[in-house]
Design a protein around this ligand. Sequence first.
Ligand SMILES: [Zn+2]
Length: 426
Amino acid sequence: MPRIPPRQGPVENLRIGAGQEFPRARIVGIVPCGQLRASIVNPLKLLRRLGPLAAAAMLLVTTAAPAAAHSATNGPDHQFGEMVDYPLVDPVAGDYRMSDTFYAGRSDGVHHAQDLMAPKMTPVVAVATGVVQRVNWSSNANYLNESRCCTIVLIHKDGWESWYIHLNNDTPGTDDGQGWGIAPGILPGTRVTAGDLIGWVGDSGNAESTAPHLHYELRDPHGTVVNPYQALQRASGVTITGGGGGGSGGGGSTCTAIGETSALLNGTTALRRGSTGTAVAQLQSVLAALGYTPGSADGSMGPKTEGALRGFQDDRGITVDGVAGGQTRSAISTIVAAASHASVLYPGAPLRPGDRGQAVTNLQQLLRVAGFSPGTADGAYGPLTTAAVTALQEAEGLTVDGKVGPQTRTALSRILGLEGLAAACG
Ligand SMILES: [Zn+2]
């Protein structure tokens, strides 16, 4: 794992306001970003504070399908909160939960971001190729503003901006505020390629008392804050090549490929008993590929499919309700993204330091999704990849040799929820 430099100084609360500079003053009593409307915000108070229009928008977003209220356009001009169809790489390279919190009420107005809930130290990557503009709100590479750890602003090469807030500020395994959540070498002015590691999930700033998450904001070239919810949902789709087979020396035999999932993952309607259509058929294929028994992929959600879905939800720690909503889609996108690299999990010769090629690239992608940090997925099994494999082996209580043999493959399959696929396709 990359070394994490120490930092000094108290953690300062950050006030997040639309399109504004961030005051340095300590602000007490702000509604933390990660405590969502259900737990803290009194809807009636909010209604009074925000006025009926904003409250109506909140209600709409809370109760209706999240994307339904917004058109998906990617023209030159955008409106605040517009849902955009912007291509990006998933900023959190690991399992996370997300519901559309763009219009969620906060003490200083509307949230205008998405909160990606993930464990501390889950890798955070560049959503696009570009240049780091600010670190901890400083644009000076020689002054990293350590007391305001840890945030990154990335300017994409097309002029769009991504704001990453609440990156880690703790020593791993603690909540001591003495850690650092920005990857080595990430400074104002650093050029990054989409998918490069830039930091780690944490709870810094005004998220100290909340579950760790990445607060992710997307701005168009005019600085207008748009809603990245759909773009994030789609992000997993960007890396999908559609299927578990293929790749280096992989499988073959009679395993079921995950296949096309765009209707399922890009849809916003919850799928439940009685639902029909392409998204249901794709859900059935995914469940079958993962070793569940949803019945034939006929696009009709009956009791068998619901039962298989409940099994899937139970195994993934999702609320077991037999309804495929945001949580289930999010879990499936993670699996689908991983499945396109799954051939490396099938039985075969061990991978070891010094190896090169597509199998190593696949391994690196999977390590990232599993929450380890193998560096850039460049197909070279170097020191960072070895360290990530070692960390995985230590975490799983395996023999620590830095190589990927049967035990390590099995452990990685289990972490990623791909055991069924690996078993069927091996
Ligand atoms: Zn947030």
